[in-house]
Structure formats: structure tokens, C-alpha cells
Design a protein around this ligand. Sequence first.
Ligand code: HEC
Length: 295
Amino acid sequence: MEIFVRHATLRLPSVVVAVSIKTFSALLIAAWVIQAACLADTNIPENLADLEKIQQYFEDRFPDVPKHEFANGVYALDSVARDNWEALEEFPPYEIYIDSGETLWNQHQKQYLECFPDGPGIKHRYPRWDEQLGTVITLAYAINLCREKHNLATYDYMGETLNSLIAYMAYLSRDKIINITVPNKQALGAYLDGKRFYFSRRGQLNFACYHCHFENAGKRLRTETLGPALGQTTGWPTYRNKWGYLGPLHKRYIGCNQQVRAAPFAPQSEEYRNLEYFHTHMNNGLPINGPSVRR
Ligand code: HEC
């Protein structure tokens, strides 16, 4: 997995620097290596090859799991947890949120259609790079931008209202295939920022997302099985029994940061939007299956 971690920690240049301070020519070589590493970081096709490497990694680790099953998170790996989940899916607790989301959409349909001319079933296209704003736009962020534009009050990112609206949009996007693009170098910068986040150690426990959701995927942590990184963004928003409501992906980011005793970021902060960009890009080719229910 060195290949994934290399960009994230820039381990290669620092090692080279450490062994080569003795002579001037060695320093020149070090500078060249650092420059080469930086140039490599702006090579779009090379960097986006992560996608195949990551998907291949999980296919090799779990050869019995069909690719589309990764969209079901930990339930693709843990058969006992899966039985409980399938029972929950018989009367899904997220259904009422889809209904109220539809009402919310209809209430301001005219304004929403101006921002989203293809209608509500567009969850699979987010997050996306916005050329004009020069930032990553998640669906939640796009909805609030749209409301702002039409002089409507913006929604609380963690709240039930916005997530009901997104649940409705996700529901109409079910089975649509995720295809996130990284159109230019600036977008690639955001993507690499998100990638660095996923592979960087943080918090008092000094764990990266990678340690739990790559290295230890399928293994148990206390009472829970750790799910694979692949497929982690397909099912949002999620009704979690633990939360008792339907919450967003960034609430999970906050929870997973806190779990390793790291300070979390604000929902829809640039850090989490970039993380979602990288995190969703690795799921290209998988279907949207939100909203979902989790323990
Ligand atoms: C100490 C281990 C640990 C670390 C580190 C960790 N997580 Fe988690 N994460 C969990 C556990 C446990 C769950 C619940 C079981 C599951 O779905 O994997 C979970 C669940 C999730 C889910 C929900 C998946 C789903 O299908 O509903 C997402 C998304 C997620 N983590 C993202 C992250 C991200 C992003 C990071 C890094 C910022 C991270 N996690 C770091 C332990 C961890």
C-alpha cells in the first residue's frame, strides 16, 4: 500500500533529504526528487489511477464479494450484521424522510429546477468541481447555494430538513452510476487534498482512515466490524439507529475523527468537501443506493 501512502505523507522526499545533506550535489538530487514528486502530483491520469488500484485492492482482499456489494458497506462482509440490516430494510426507517423530502422539493420546485435543470435525481453527479467558484461542490452545498440565490433561508447541514430533501434526491438517483470527474489541475489539487486526508494519521490514537477502512477492513473493532473504504459514500444520507435520525456523511466524518480523538472539522468545510471528493471518486462505477439504514 506504499503506493497510496506516498503522496499523502510525502515520505519519499523527506527520506531522500535526510540521507543527502552531506554534499551539495546530493542536495541537488534531493531537490530534483522533490520537484519530480510535486510534478507527479499534478499529472492527472497518473493520479487518477488510484481508482483502479483501490478497487483492485478490495477485489483482491475480498474475492468472494461481488463489486456492487461494496455499496452495502460493512454488510458486504459481516453476515450476522447483514441479517439484522436486511430485517431493518423490510420497514426502512428512512421512508418517511423521502416523503417529506418530496414535499420540500415540490414546495420550491421552480427555484430548484433553475439550479438543477435535470431534476432531483442527480445525486450520482456530486461532489463536483465548480470552475467558477474554484471549489468542490457537494449536493448539500449546492442546495444551500441555490437557496441563497433565490433568497430562501439556508438549511442546517446536520439537520433533518436538508437531509430529507437529499434523501428524496438520492432515492430518485438509485442505481445511477457514480462518475466523478477531476477536470483540471486545480480540481486535482482538491482531490489530492482529500486523498491526503484519508491517508494521514491523526488524533491521539494516531490512526488514518486508511488504517481502519483499508488495512483492517473486515476485522473487528470492539463490537463492530470495520467496513471497506470502497463503497462508503454510496448510501447517504443514512438513518443510524445510534443517531435516531437521518444524518449526512459529514456527520460520520466527524464521528470517525472523534473516535481517534482528533478535532473534527465543520460539516461542509473545505477539508470535508475535498475528502468527499476523493472518497466518492474511488466509488466511480458503483451505483447510488441511498438513503440507507445503519446500526
Ligand atoms: C479507529 C477506526 C476508524 C477510523 C480511524 C475511521 N473509522 Fe470510519 N468507521 C469506523 C467504524 C467502526 C465504523 C462502523 C462500521 C463500518 O461501517 O465500517 C465506521 C464507519 C464509517 C463510515 C460509514 C460507512 C457506511 O457504510 O455507513 C464512513 C463513511 C467512514 N467510517 C469514514 C471514515 C473516514 C473518512 C475516516 C477518516 C477520517 C474514518 N472513517 C476513520 C471506524 C473507523
